[in-house]
Design a protein around this ligand. Structure first.
Ligand SMILES: [Zn+2]
Length: 209
């Protein structure tokens, strides 16, 4: 959260989110005041006085991915390089919000690609995960969007994306399966081959630390 407010202007060639949009914040906050009343709460009691504004700001932060261009993030750090072995970034933290209930889902993403002339700065991989996760999402689409962005921008020999998340809409309501984890995956190119995909899956499950 601290990063977000500090380096919001212009970083490495692409525009990051602007400061909070004040008119949007006050309009969303007004709706939350109404929601509190409808819940039977008193929006004027001390503990709730600033809650609508806080919720509106949290919501704007949690969906700031709409203002990010994931392809531009990748393009800002692409380098020509001969390396043609699998590059894996694993255990990337994912925080997103399901579009059906607007409740969080969170977990980890494991991403690999096989370079085909270009590599990308490693820190950009978690950045594009964030760009797609910080929106209203379903885990399946999030997985595919990350895969397609890397494939279409970097044009590697293959991309693999595995995401494992817990969904609060499952844990806190409805069927209340508190410890279930949903796993989604998407592959392109070389990862369509059993051997390559098996190596990737072995490497992300191996404990190398
Ligand atoms: Zn949901």
């Amino acid at each position: 959260m601290s990063n977000y407010k500090d380096d919001h202007d212009f970083v490495e060639g692409y525009q990051k989110i602007d400061r909070y949009n004040d008119s949007k914040i006050s309009s969303i906050a007004a709706h939350y005041t109404e929601v509190l009343s409808q819940m039977g709460e008193d929006p004027n009691r001390e503990g709730l006085l600033k809650t609508p504004e806080r919720v509106a700001k949290a919501l704007q932060y949690l969906t700031h991915g709409y203002d990010l261009d994931a392809a531009e993030i990748l393009k800002s750090a692409m380098f020509k390089e001969d390396y043609s072995q699998m590059v894996i970034v694993k255990d990337i933290e994912v925080y997103s919000m399901c579009e059906h209930h607007m409740l969080p889902f969170f977990g980890k993403a494991h991403i690999a690609y096989i370079p085909n002339g270009h590599i990308v700065g490693l820190s950009k991989i978690p950045r594009i995960v964030d760009a797609f996760a910080r929106r209203l999402q379903v885990q399946e689409r999030l997985t595919n969007e990350i895969r397609d962005c890397i494939q279409d921008t970097l044009m590697p020999a293959g991309v693999a994306v595995v995401i494992e998340c817990k969904h609060l809409c499952m844990a806190m309501r409805g069927i209340q399966k508190q410890n279930s984890v949903t796993t989604t995956s998407a592959f392109t190119g070389e990862f369509a081959k059993d051997k390559t995909r098996a190596e990737f899956l072995r490497l992300i499950t191996a404990n190398l630390h």
